[in-house]
Design a protein around this ligand. Sequence first.
Ligand code: COA
Length: 148
Amino acid sequence: MSEVIVKEIFITEPEYGGVYDLREEVLRKPLGLSLENEDLSADETDTILAAMQDGNVIGCVMLQPKDNETIKLRQMAVTPAMQGKNIGRLLVQHAEEMARHRNYTRIILHARDIAEGFYKKLGYTTLPGEKFTEVGIPHVVMEKTLKP
Ligand SMILES: CC(C)(COP(=O)(O)OP(=O)(O)OC[C@H]1O[C@@H](n2cnc3c(N)ncnc32)[C@H](O)[C@@H]1OP(=O)(O)O)[C@@H](O)C(=O)NCCC(=O)NCCS
């Protein structure tokens, strides 16, 4: 497998197109939805991390500050051909490192219930409470306290 790197990208960069396309293919099209119908203004201020291989975006995740302590992890996706090869783990590790570096102490996220096991493997805990619907499918809230 050729080298996979994770880097921060900005909406002004060509890689943002790759991140957009990946989110559309992995997170929206299978649900019959499109990012075209969403307000993407948060993309301008969120931190966007892309996993890159041979110049292609193969994974992404975004971080959105909630308050001084807490940052939200969102839009986690790995291209289908590369799923199960630790790219998701690598992206979450980088996101946690960046959050820690910026003095956040807690990450929260809304996990699709089919992805709950993935986040559990990475040390996230499901908060008590009902499952709720987002993008038409069941989700749970999960969190992880970041060790300094
Ligand atoms: C969920 C997703 C981001 C995981 O990324 P990935 O690169 O495939 O996962 P990794 O290879 O890094 O897996 C890390 C560990 O989690 C496990 N894992 C991965 N996906 C899992 C899932 N859906 N349920 C349970 N465990 C899972 C792996 O088996 C691995 O465990 P191991 O350490 O025992 O080998 C990716 O499969 C994906 O994009 N899925 C479709 C979109 C999606 O559901 N996004 C999440 C929205 S909340």
